[in-house]
Design a protein around this ligand. Structure first.
Ligand code: PMP
Length: 347
């Protein structure tokens, strides 16, 4: 058997640790939502469970796209549903970046873009951040086929201004993908830029703000020509019947969604202040997580000590991040227990 050389050489993406007995931990390592999905979503899923499952799902995910279109103010021809936003990120690379062509992203951000590029055989260029979190050294009229901008940044949590994103899009000859996995927890988003700038694509996930990581649901919003290209590439039945029903119901129940996001933002504010009292450096976050650095800058030590207390957070071995920890915002009770544990562990 002869593998393609790029597949033989690549390491593959490693998601956050999933212990067998996850329920016995305070699990704050994969930015899941601590609250259940809306009861309307559960009802919608259950109503699909039955005899009708012998039929294929709607290949165009129409009900979910219409609901998304109503919510965001776009015609459904501007929307594609995805089996997790990871699926649509993958298809964007397959659509726009051929073998040997360049894609780019900010470091640190979501390293999965690099893995997807490796699979495709595309070249990767990363841009580091300045002190004030601006990507460094992006050439004028940069020719990369795709530029992925994670906004809010993950794992650091800061946001770029809309002005910055619009300027960047104008400087790129390729596509700017704004990965808004966490934008529901922020004050601003880039949807207006999709309307005004041809080369901007926005991706979203249902895994965080809609508490549906287990369903695998995401979407992208872009010009209809781009959506049409992505539709040629995806699996024709990429969303099963349960996922389509869940997506439409989740988008419809905005009251539940807003209450959930508000609770998480409130807990984020409280937890950030507590970390600062403990001497941690915390980057103000627009996501459902914070990136926090202990006073001794020894992220590994604090990770281990929390793990021994059955609190799981995310520690990255990447030298740009190993000094700190990314901690998902859970319930107020979970965060209070985490603060107690951190006080006990000490600096
Ligand atoms: N983008 C970013 C920045 C993420 O952190 C994640 C989740 N790990 C994703 C995309 C993928 O999310 P999904 O669960 O929708 O595939």
């Amino acid at each position: 058997m002869t593998l393609r050389p790029n597949i033989a050489q690549m390491a593959g993406y490693v998601p956050g640790y999933q212990p067998d007995d996850a329920a016995s931990y305070i699990k704050l390592n994969t930015n899941e939502n601590p609250y259940p999905p809306s009861p309307r979503v559960i009802e919608a899923i259950l109503s699909e469970v039955g005899e009708g499952l012998r039929r294929y799902p709607d290949a165009a995910s129409r009900a979910a796209r219409e609901e998304a279109g109503r919510l965001y103010g776009f015609d459904p021809s501007w929307i594609i549903m995805a089996n997790g936003s990871d699926e649509v990120l993958n298809n964007l690379i397959r659509a726009f970046a051929g073998e040997g062509e360049e894609i780019a992203y900010v470091h640190p951000s979501y390293s999965y873009y690099g893995t997807l590029a490796e699979i495709q055989g595309a070249k990767v260029r990363t841009f580091g951040l300045s002190e004030n979190f601006e990507p460094q050294g992006i050439p004028e009229n940069y020719q990369a086929k795709l530029f992925f901008l994670t906004n809010p940044n993950a794992p650091l949590g800061f946001c770029y201004s809309q002005r910055y994103i619009a300027d960047l899009a104008e400087r790129l000859s390729g596509v700017l993908v704004v990965d808004e996995a966490y934008a529901d927890f922020a004050d601003e988003d880039s949807l207006d830029l999709v309307r005004s700038l041809e080369n901007v694509v926005v991706t979203r996930t249902f895994s965080k703000s809609y508490s549906l990581a287990g369903m695998r649901l995401g979407l992208a919003i872009a010009r209809p020509e781009t959506i049409a290209a992505l539709n040629k590439i995806r699996d024709h039945y990429n969303l099963d019947r349960l996922a389509q029903a869940a997506a439409a119901a989740a988008l419809k129940d905005q009251e539940y969604f807003r209450a959930c996001v508000a609770k998480i933002r409130e807990t984020r504010t409280w937890f950030t202040a507590e970390l600062v009292k403990l001497g941690y450096q915390v980057i103000p976050s627009s996501g459902n997580y914070v990136f926090a650095t202990p006073p001794d800058r020894d992220g590994t030590r604090v990770y281990q000590a929390l793990y021994e207390r059955r609190i799981l957070v995310r520690h990255f071995t990447d030298p740009a991040l190993s000094h700190g920890l990314r901690i998902t915002i859970g319930t107020p009770e979970e965060m209070a227990r985490t603060v107690e544990a951190l006080a006990e562990i000490g600096a």
